[in-house]
Design a protein around this ligand. Structure first.
Ligand code: PGA
Length: 250
């Protein structure tokens, strides 16, 4: 069970530090639920400081696939490790949509994250037209296969998949619990074929897309929904903590 907050391009340094402190206070002891927040790059160091001594882990929202070098404006995996990141979100639909990220590019980043001890949160999900055309499984299958091409990992705790139907991200429209469950079960089946049954049973498959306190319990209680990747509702410590609590009860 993992609840991760994706703060996207929100919060300056002061606001991020404050939000991290508020999240620590609001979440308290999350018990068996793993909790992470993913602030913008410039606040990672300060947020790590604010999280110290708490159960809340740190993640980044993206990274480059190379160790270092002439890639102006980019951030490398070893840099993320050096500021205390455990997680990195990769292949988010906003990266695919606005920054031209491809499955091959995501694949290179996944390998680099794993090689550097970061846990990639790999995002997959169909757009509205693809769902309307009944192609959601095919699209997600291609994304999962592409992201994991040639990836070798035996510990399911080293990898996270997030199913985020693009039509549900930031729109207020959520997948129904049944839609989420169907896709999560499908993804688990793909992972079972790729890595074996016990790996697939233990890996975290998160749902993302307008999850909020009001719908979290219904989504998180689905058999194959192992947590959430939370955008908008992670920007308020109380609503984020309420989702963590919903997971504790799920
Ligand atoms: P949302 O974003 O919760 O604001 O829909 C989720 C995400 O994009 O990770």
């Amino acid at each position: 069970m993992l609840i991760a907050g994706n703060w996207k391009m929100n919060t300056d340094l002061a606001a991020a530090t404050q939000l991290a402190q508020d999240v620590v206070a609001a979440v308290g002891d999350p018990g068996a639920v793993q909790v992470a927040v993913c602030p913008p790059f410039i606040s990672l160091d300060a947020v790590f400081g604010a999280l110290r001594g708490s159960a809340v882990k740190l993640g980044a929202q993206n990274m480059h696939a190379a160790d270092a070098g002439a890639y102006t404006g980019e951030v490398a995996a070893p840099m993320l490790r050096s500021v205390g990141c455990d997680y990195v979100i990769l292949g988010h639909s906003e990266r695919r949509q606005y920054f031209g990220e491809t499955d091959a590019g995501v694949n290179a980043k996944v390998k680099q994250a794993l090689a550097n001890g970061l846990i990639p949160i790999i995002c997959v999900g169909e757009v509205l037209d693809e769902r309307r055309a009944g192609r959601e499984n095919e699209v997600v299958q291609t994304q999962v296969a592409g992201a994991l091409d040639g990836v070798s990992v035996d510990d399911p705790a080293r990898l996270v998949i997030a199913y985020e139907p693009v039509w549900a991200i930031g729109t207020g429209e959520t997948a129904t619990p049944a839609q989420a469950q169907d896709m999560h079960a499908f993804i688990r089946g793909l992972l079972s074929k790729r890595f074996g049954e016990s790996f697939a049973r233990d890996i975290h498959i998160l749902y993302g897309g307008s999850m909020k306190p009001a719908n979290a319990a219904d989504l998180l209680s689905q058999t194959d929904v192992d947590g959430g990747l939370i955008g908008g509702a992670s920007l308020k410590a109380d609503s984020f903590a309420a989702i963590v609590q919903a997971e504790q009860g799920a």
